[in-house]
Design a protein around this ligand. Structure first.
Ligand SMILES: *Cc1c(COP(=O)(O)O)cnc(C)c1O
Length: 228
C-alpha cells in the first residue's frame, strides 16, 4: 500500500475502457498501447503505474525528463511527446525511446545527425497540426507528404507513424482526418512496412481516438489525477 494506490485503480479502469472501445470498433488482434503521460507527476506515482502493467511512459519537457529518468522503473520505455528544440536533442538522444513530436525537417536532421554519431537508429513519429491551431506544434496536413519523404531518406531515423493533439471541439472529425492521413502515408511506404504507429487520444477522448485507428493513447489526468 502507498499513497499512490489510486493510480493502480485508475490504470485498471482505463484498461477496461480501452478494451471496451476495442471490442466496439476494432478487431480482436489489434494492439492498443496505453502510455502514461508523466508531466508534473512524481516518479513514485509513475512507478505505481509501471507496477500495474504500463510499460510506456511519455515525457513532455527535456529538463523534467532529465531530472526524473533515473528514478523510473527500468522496465518501462520512456518516449518524448512534447515540443522539442533541435539544440536539446543531445540531452535525450541516448536514453529516449521514440520521439513522437517531430515537427520540422530541421529537428529530424539533428536527431538523424546525433543518432548517426551514436551508431543508432531513432524511432520517430511526425506530429500533425490537424486542427491548424496556432497554439500547437506539428506540420500542416498538406506538408505531410513532402516531410515524410524527406525524413524517410534519413538513414538514422525511422519514421514509425503519426502523432496528433486535435482540438477539443470536434475531436471526432479530426481523428477521422488523422486516420485518413495515416492510411495514405502507409500506402506510400510499401518498401518497408515500418509505418505502424498512430499516436492520438488523451484522457477526455481516447475511446473516440481508438474508433479511428489510434494504437497509442497518451493518458495523464485520468491516470494520475489533475495536474497542479
Ligand atoms: C499532457 C499531454 C497528454 C495527456 O493529456 P491528459 O488530458 O492529461 O490525458 C497527452 N499528450 C501530450 C502531448 C500531452 O502534452
Amino acid at each position: 500500500m502507498n499513497e499512490f494506490d489510486y493510480v493502480r485503480e485508475n490504470a485498471k479502469r482505463i484498461n477496461f475502457e480501452i478494451e471496451n472501445a476495442k471490442a466496439k470498433y476494432r478487431s480482436a488482434d489489434d494492439k492498443i498501447e496505453l502510455m502514461a503521460v508523466t508531466k508534473t507527476v512524481p516518479p513514485e506515482a509513475v512507478n505505481v503505474a509501471v507496477e500495474s502493467g504500463i510499460t510506456l511512459l511519455g515525457e513532455n519537457r527535456v529538463q523534467e525528463y532529465l531530472s526524473k529518468r533515473d528514478f523510473y522503473d527500468k522496465s518501462a520505455r520512456v518516449d518524448f511527446i512534447g515540443h522539442l528544440q533541435s539544440n536539446k536533442v543531445k540531452y535525450i538522444i541516448d536514453t529516449i525511446g521514440m520521439i513522437h513530436s517531430v515537427d520540422s525537417v530541421k529537428l529530424a536532421e539533428e536527431i538523424n545527425r546525433l543518432s548517426k554519431i551514436r551508431n543508432k537508429i531513432t524511432d520517430i513519429c511526425i506530429e500533425v497540426n490537424i486542427g491548424r491551431e496556432e497554439s500547437k506544434s506539428g506540420v500542416m496536413p498538406e506538408e505531410l507528404d513532402e516531410i515524410f519523404y524527406k525524413l524517410s531518406e534519413m538513414p538514422n531515423i525511422r519514421v514509425l507513424g503519426l502523432m496528433s493533439i486535435p482540438p477539443k471541439e470536434c475531436a471526432e472529425k479530426f481523428f477521422s482526418k488523422m486516420q485518413e492521413l495515416f492510411i495514405d502515408i502507409k500506402s506510400k511506404n510499401i518498401d518497408n512496412n515500418s509505418v505502424s504507429v498512430l499516436s492520438m487520444g488523451m484522457s477526455s477522448d481516447f475511446p473516440v481516438a481508438i474508433k479511428y485507428g489510434s494504437n497509442v493513447v497518451r493518458i495523464g489526468t485520468a491516470l494520475f489525477g489533475s495536474r497542479k
